[in-house]
Design a protein around this ligand. Structure first.
Ligand SMILES: Nc1ncnc2c1ncn2[C@@H]1O[C@H](COP(=O)(O)OP(=O)(O)O)[C@@H](O)[C@H]1O
Ligand SMILES: CC(=O)OP(=O)(O)O
Ligand SMILES: [Mg+2]
Length: 398
């Protein structure tokens, strides 16, 4: 059974086509720099056991346009991997915000789309794009099942003391204001890999997802018990363009003393802050380059980014009452060994100590980069949100 998975994130669109239950895809790809200069598609096909890479650059105005170009490549182009749209049994869509309504993979209907739309304002960088991609896929694959897998689902196990804000009850009961948590598919996938790797079901883990969006989750015995993103994917860690935690008084101040409108505030905290706001680029590779040239703002951005992660590790070690392992994953977590070193420095009181050689020589796969005699493991685990989504869609086929 062929399952196509579409993972539209804030800065990119990733896709993989699986012949389930195989984990190795028939093809996979990435659309990057959507809506900005230098957009490109990298498509890798493994058809007939041969790896072939096609790269395409040119303007891609939005995620829907990127997806249309990708689907053309899958079905019609010289790199086509399927003969007809009907060869796809199901399309699995990453949808970032599912509110309290969706706790598992969900067959997409008109009502489900209306619910996703209701949550636009809570995940403005994500849900609108996710819905656009669903609509493009529905047109291209009219006979395939469309299934949504929500980032929020894995965090439904978070207990009340972690999901409620200390505001009057009515805001939770009537307006659903609570912590939802995001990147759940990624935290679920890497924590399950860690549990297998450690061979320890009763485990205390901290999963650190550092992509364009960043979040950290405390996982006890395979269940999420707290996470840094909240009502929307804006709180917690410093991200590519998002501020992470900020005192709400700043918002009152900007409204009262600088006349900010709602949309200006949303743009400021969602799109102009984080690495971009402090260091001049949302892309960690650019920040690293600037910092190595001695740029003070970029150096400050790196310092804030690592400090915030370290602070959350301390908090989550406290609520877990100790940790067996921490996991680094996603673009920065997997590729930036200097960030892992900065985060793990001076955390020896938690039994965390890196093996510098292992850390700097990491090139892929699951790897323990901690010192041999360390009490707590430091794992690098590549995330695979697409495969996790495909597994959940496959399980739904009964
Ligand atoms: N070799 C690298 N060194 C440092 N950062 C990297 C490297 N490769 C990718 N990244 C960073 O990973 C981030 C993107 O992560 P990714 O998980 O792909 O994001 P998303 O899925 O949210 O679009 C970017 O900040 C990018 O700079
Ligand atoms: C929830 C979220 O922030 O997703 P991404 O990292 O893909 O932007
Ligand atoms: Mg992502």
């Amino acid at each position: 059974m062929n399952i196509l998975v579409i993972n539209s994130g804030s800065s990119s669109l990733k896709y993989q086509l699986f012949k389930m239950p195989n984990q190795s895809p028939i093809c996979s790809g990435l659309v990057e720099r959507i809506g900005i200069e230098g957009a490109f598609i990298k498509h890798t096909s493994f058809k007939g056991g041969e790896k072939s890479v096609t790269e395409k650059s040119g303007s891609i105005s939005d995620h829907a346009e990127g997806l249309r170009q990708v689907l053309f490549m899958l079905i019609d182009g010289k790199d086509a991997v399927i003969d007809s749209p009907d060869d796809i049994a199901a399309v699995g869509h990453r949808v970032v915000h599912g509110g309290e309504h969706f706790t598992g993979p969900t067959l997409i209907t008109a009502d489900v789309k209306a619910q996703i739309k209701k949550l636009f304002s809570l995940a403005p960088l994500h849900n609108p794009v996710n819905l656009n991609c669903i609509e493009v896929a529905e047109k291209t694959f009219p006979n395939s099942k469309q299934i949504a897998v929500f980032d929020t689902a894995f965090h439904q196990t978070i207990p009340v003391e972690a999901f409620r804000y200390a505001i009057p009850d009515q805001y939770y009961r009537q307006d659903g204001i609570r912590v939802y948590g995001f990147h759940g598919t990624s935290h679920k996938y890497v924590s399950e890999q860690a549990i297998k790797w450690l061979n320890k079901k009763q485990s205390k883990l901290i999963s650190i997802h550092l992509g364009n969006g960043c979040s950290i989750t405390a996982i006890k015995n395979g269940r999420s018990i707290d996470t840094s993103m909240g009502f929307g994917p804006l709180s917690g860690l410093v991200m590519g363009t998002r501020s992470g935690d900020i005192d709400p008084s700043v918002i009152f101040h900007l409204i009262e003393h600088a006349g900010y409108s709602l949309s200006q505030l949303s743009t400021l905290f969602n799109k102009q802050s984080g690495l971009l706001g402090v260091g001049g680029s949302s892309d960690m590779r650019d920040i690293r380059k600037l910092a190595s040239d001695g740029n003070d703002e970029a150096i400050l951005a790196l310092t804030l980014y690592a400090y915030r992660i370290k602070k959350f590790i301390g908090a989550y070690a406290a609520i877990l009452n100790g940790i067996d392992a921490i996991i680094f994953t996603a673009g920065v977590g997997e590729n930036d060994s200097a960030m892992r070193a900065a985060v793990c420095s001076e955390l020896d009181y938690l039994g965390l100590s890196l093996n510098a050689d292992k850390n700097s020589s990491y090139t892929g796969g699951i790897m323990d980069v901690s010192a041999d005699d360390a009490k707590t493991r430091i794992l690098v685990i590549p995330t695979n949100e697409e495969y996790e989504i495909a597994l959940q869609c496959y399980a739904m086929q009964g």
